[in-house]
Design a protein around this ligand. Structure first.
Ligand SMILES: NC(=O)c1ccc[n+]([C@@H]2O[C@H](COP(=O)([O-])OP(=O)(O)OC[C@H]3O[C@@H](n4cnc5c(N)ncnc54)[C@H](O)[C@@H]3O)[C@@H](O)[C@H]2O)c1
Length: 248
């Protein structure tokens, strides 16, 4: 039975991933800073309240996982926050650093402390974003972090390949749900548009004219967890972005 660890697994994409892995018969352990959501996890999912940006906390969590399960087969390096919505020239250094601390430092700390537990044949799956494939006006720290996630993933794939661990990244487009609604609202305010117009612009920027679902992303994670010899790749789940900054 696979043993799966998912960061930021108590809500959103991470929770849908957790349920998708559980549906395959895997044992799933999530970590998240949302203590209420951890307490309310569906039956069968284990949870810990640890921030990915807390190195001591992540080290202690991995020690607990090792003592309980004896190792891991899959790690979903999923935690990320949207960061500030502002032009580069208006972005505070503290807001930049807060975004990088969770999106990038958190991914680094997850790999650093979880990789030693992952068995030969295991997989690490990073959640980047289409923001890691293109520029993203008004979201500079987020875009920088999501590009950096890909560099981290490719490096991890090279370091861990010799011990049989595959690393890949998923680049979701705009995922339907409350998080993207907050993104649309913030961008609408920054651009002087309505949130509905921003949402229409995001969909119009894809060949398929759509947003994607958390289930689409979770299904890709389940596939990548057991895709022999696929490593070092970035797979977009986005309806094919053809215009990353549509003006509507
Ligand atoms: N929603 C989208 O449209 C979208 C698109 C592309 C990529 N992504 C990426 O997908 C991942 C998940 O996003 P989501 O849409 O599910 O977001 P979400 O806001 O729905 O959920 C994020 C979860 O992260 C948790 N979290 C926040 N800070 C944390 C920390 N320091 N340590 C551990 N957990 C923490 C929150 O408590 C929450 O449970 C992120 O990396 C995000 O950048 C999302």
């Amino acid at each position: 039975m696979s043993r799966v660890l998912i960061t930021a697994g108590a809500n959103g994409i991470g929770l849908v991933m957790a349920q998708a892995f559980a549906a395959t018969g895997a044992q799933v352990w999530v970590t998240d800073v949302d203590a209420a959501a951890i307490a309310a996890l569906p039956a069968g999912l284990r949870g810990s309240t640890v921030s990915v940006a807390d190195e001591q906390g992540m080290a202690a969590l991995m020690a607990e996982v090792q003592a309980t399960w004896g190792g891991l087969d899959v790690v979903c390096v999923n935690a990320g926050i949207k960061g500030p919505t502002s032009a580069i020239v208006d972005t505070d250094l503290d807001a930049w650093r807060d975004c990088l601390a969770i999106c990038l430092d958190g991914a680094f700390l997850t790999v650093k402390h979880a990789a030693p537990l992952v068995q030969d044949g295991g997989a690490m799956i990073f959640t980047s974003s289409t923001a890691g494939l293109y520029g993203f006006p008004y979201r500079s720290p987020y875009a920088a972090a999501k590009w950096a996630i890909i560099g981290l993933m490719k490096t991890a794939a090279m370091e861990l390949g010799p011990v049989g661990i595959r690393c890949n990244a998923i680049a979701p487009g705009s995922v339907e749900g409350p998080r993207i609604d907050r993104v649309f609202a913030a961008e609408a305010e920054a651009k002087g548009m309505t949130a509905q117009a921003v949402a229409q612009g995001y969909a119009a920027g894809t060949a398929m004219g759509c947003l994607v679902t958390a289930q689409d992303v979770a299904d890709m994670a389940v596939f990548l967890a057991s895709a022999p010899r696929i490593s070092g790749q970035v797979i977009a789940v986005d309806g094919f972005t053809i215009n990353p900054d549509p003006k509507v």
